[in-house]
Design a protein around this ligand. Structure first.
Ligand SMILES: [Ca+2]
Ligand SMILES: [Ca+2]
Length: 210
């Protein structure tokens, strides 16, 4: 049992061992089993010592994530403080800084770590964008409130005008009634040839019989 426990903890320790050019979540897959590494495409099993030994053993290049030995491999840049990324393995140790943390130039050592500065600039931009979004939302809210106030004012004005219109219509109807009554009186007054009995009812309206 102690031997099995030792083997278990040994495997765990191996699975957590950082592997150059590999993202941490994939370290266990590159840790190997029984001293061997299984190529990611399953094409071959190579000694664990062949991992990152600057010689391309796997057809898919998965045994050389941290060197430029395999042209079809990818190198993982941790870029702590900024955004992690992957670059082609042909960019590893080519003298050009491709990762902001400079990890792709681990052998040439020509790069400084710019990730902290880039991360700070990125956060400043994000904060400025957030500030602008908040400001834009405030302005939109203010305009919406103004629009609502204007709508309410217009609605009230429209209501008052509707009432006034109804009042004018009522007034006009009353005038129309008076006009018709006046016209009837005029017609009856003009018809003075009518019999006296027929004109008697018109006296209250100002029509004098003959
Ligand atoms: Ca190799
Ligand atoms: Ca490079």
């Amino acid at each position: 049992m102690p031997t099995m426990l030792a083997a278990f903890y040994s495997l765990q320790a191996t699975a957590q061992t950082p592997i150059r050019g590999v993202r941490p979540s994939q370290w266990p897959a590159h840790a190997g089993v029984d001293g061997s590494f299984q190529c990611r495409d399953g094409s071959a099993k190579v000694p664990i010592a062949a991992l990152n030994d600057d010689y391309c053993d796997c057809a898919d290049g998965s045994d050389e994530p941290g060197t430029s030995a395999c042209p079809n491999s990818l190198f993982y840049c941790a870029n702590k403080g900024y955004k992690s990324s992957e670059v082609f393995s042909s960019m590893v140790n080519d003298g050009v800084c491709d990762c902001c943390d400079g990890s792709d130039e681990w052998q040439t050592g020509v790069c400084e770590n710019d990730c902290i500065a880039l991360g700070a600039a990125n956060r400043a931009k994000a904060e400025e964008r957030a500030r602008l979004v908040t400001k834009g939302y405030e302005i939109a809210t203010q305009w919406a409130a103004r629009g609502e106030a204007s709508r309410a004012s217009t609605q009230a004005e429209l209501g008052a005008l509707s009432q006034e219109l109804e009042s004018k219509r009522t007034e006009l109807a009353a005038i129309d009634v008076l006009k018709k009554a006046s016209e009837e009186v005029e017609e009856k007054c003009a018809a003075r040839h009518c019999p006296p009995l027929a004109t008697a009812p018109l006296a209250p309206l100002g029509c004098l019989s003959r």
